[in-house]
Write a protein that binds this ligand. Structure first.
Ligand code: ZN
Length: 497
């Protein structure tokens, strides 16, 4: 009896620590703090993040034009990484699958508690047309259950270290985030119940992290507390798809979540309100505390809005558009390749290139390459070496196959073998002068001088091919001055009318 009481007391103590402490901040979602931390670590992240937001807005506008896309459903392959030290943290497959079911219910508005959405908010409630499936193939092309299990010596993980995402630090490395949504499950201690990376983050940090006690719903989730119905997962995946907290992350009425159909709201909701709560003049219906992106208890959340759904679809059509091509849940082959050595596809005659073949889906059993203009012209190796002798632009084709599927990737004009020198043409010219770079020489700056030695055109060179517009120049003789890695060269150019 005494032992039982002690056990119960310590369990209550944990619950108070885990959820009690965070009650002051509400849910204890660490996404905002995590994002601030990443911005301090990597100054370029903020800019990337802003670009993804702009791209999502553009995609949303285009999307509203296309009815077909609006109706399309996307299914995102998911891998769950269970990282545990003690037995209770090694949660069952059934509990993980229950989290997947909660995500699918909530995002498709198939959740049983839609009846709790107040009448006045129902017109805004959305089926986001986003679904989730368990991965059946891993990044090495081997079969997987979609759940990895890793024992760790770490007592708990924090968003500061992000060690749960690192095999070298007692966690698990991310699977290719262009193919999978990574969801790590572990002990986040007492300060956090989950956090997510928003679009634009570095690939090795991309995904969602959940406290193991929040995963899935009854009867598989037996945790005490207010966050035991799998809605932490719904909330964090919302962040992963670019959504902000519904109150806009500040404590004033001047900030916003950037979504048109969520009411302006001052701050987060705690617990489970019993009726309408007004803030920021948002009467008569008040805060939308039933929204998954607020901080109310799991039992009191039940909707995403149409605006939030559009924004998430916008992210999926822009920053995360690669997920449309993922075969993580079908295992279908996708061929990929790049040039490994030299790290450029711009070559001089006689250069050798080492290609690097790769794939997504189940492992291929055969590789078949075609190299237009190359020696050899075909290969069955994964990483063949090929020589190119003659100037030209050449196609490369790779077909990978296994017992189940086959896929061909073709890249037109992928290899560009230049002549030995910079080419300038036509000469005489009347409209445009084209300057084509050679592989062994990088032109950095071009200038055109008239016969008085005055610079009439000047341009920094970034591309391999530069076009100078000389339509506005009078006919006559000019000097073209090219500053390159080989020094400065001059050439006479005649402009005719
Ligand atoms: Zn959050």
């Amino acid at each position: 009896m005494r032992i039982y009481t002690l056990f119960l007391l310590s369990l209550l103590a944990f619950t108070r620590l885990a959820y009690g402490q965070t009650a002051e901040q509400g849910r204890g979602c660490s996404t905002d703090a995590y994002m601030e931390y990443l911005k301090r670590q990597d100054p370029s992240f903020e800019e990337r993040s802003l670009k993804t937001q702009q791209a999502a807005q553009v995609a949303m506008r285009h999307r509203s034009l296309g009815q077909a896309l609006q109706q399309a459903t996307i299914t995102i392959p998911v891998v769950f990484h269970v990282v545990y030290r003690a037995g209770a943290e090694n949660i069952s497959n059934a509990q993980v699958l229950s989290q997947l079911a909660v995500l699918n219910d909530d995002f498709r508005r198939l959740n049983a508690d839609t009846v709790n959405t107040p009448e006045h908010f129902r017109p805004f409630a959305a089926d986001t047309r986003i679904e989730f499936c368990l991965a059946i193939v891993d990044p090495n092309g081997e079969p997987t259950s979609g759940i990895t299990r890793t024992q760790t010596s770490k007592e708990s993980f924090s968003y500061f270290s992000d060690h749960i995402k690192s095999s070298a630090n007692g966690g698990v490395d991310a699977w290719d985030p262009t193919q999978y949504l990574n969801i790590w499950i572990g002990n986040l201690g007492i300060s956090s119940i989950g956090y997510a990376s928003t679009p634009g983050v570095n690939p090795e940090r991309d995904g969602v992290v959940l406290h193991f006690r929040t995963v899935g719903a009854a009867p598989f989730n037996n945790s005490l507390g207010d966050y035991n119905m799998g809605r932490t997962g719904t909330h964090e995946v919302g962040h992963w798809l670019g959504l902000k907290h519904i109150w806009g992350n500040g404590l004033t009425c001047n900030d916003s979540d950037g979504i048109d159909d969520t009411p302006n709201q001052q701050t987060q909701t705690q617990g489970c309100p019993s009726g309408i709560e007004i803030s920021c003049d948002n009467g008569p219906y008040g805060n939308m505390w039933q929204n998954y992106m607020d901080y109310a208890d799991d039992a009191c959340m039940n909707l995403f809005t149409q605006g939030q759904a559009s924004y998430m679809q916008g992210i999926l059509l822009s920053a995360r558009s690669y997920l449309y091509n993922s075969t993580g849940c079908t295992g279908e082959l996708r061929s990929r390749f790049q040039v490994a050595q030299p790290q450029d596809t711009l070559l001089a005659p006689g250069d050798q290139v080492q290609f690097q073949g790769s794939f997504a889906g189940f492992k291929p059993t055969s590789w078949l390459w075609y190299f237009e203009g190359g020696i050899p012209a075909t290969s069955t190796e994964q990483n063949p070496t090929v020589k190119y002798d003659r100037p030209g632009k050449y196609r490369v084709t790779l077909t990978t196959s296994n017992a189940n599927s086959s896929h061909t990737l073709e890249k037109e004009k992928y290899i560009y073998v230049t002549s030995d020198n910079v080419r300038v043409y036509p000469n005489p010219a009347s409209g445009f002068i084209t300057i084509e770079q050679a592989a062994k020489q990088q032109v950095q700056h071009v200038e055109l001088l008239n016969r008085y030695g005055q610079v009439v055109l000047s341009e920094q060179v970034q591309d391999r091919v530069v076009r100078l517009d000389v339509r506005g120049l009078p006919a006559g003789m000019y000097i073209l001055r090219l500053a390159s890695t080989n020094g400065t060269a001059v050439q006479k150019i005649s402009i005719v009318k």
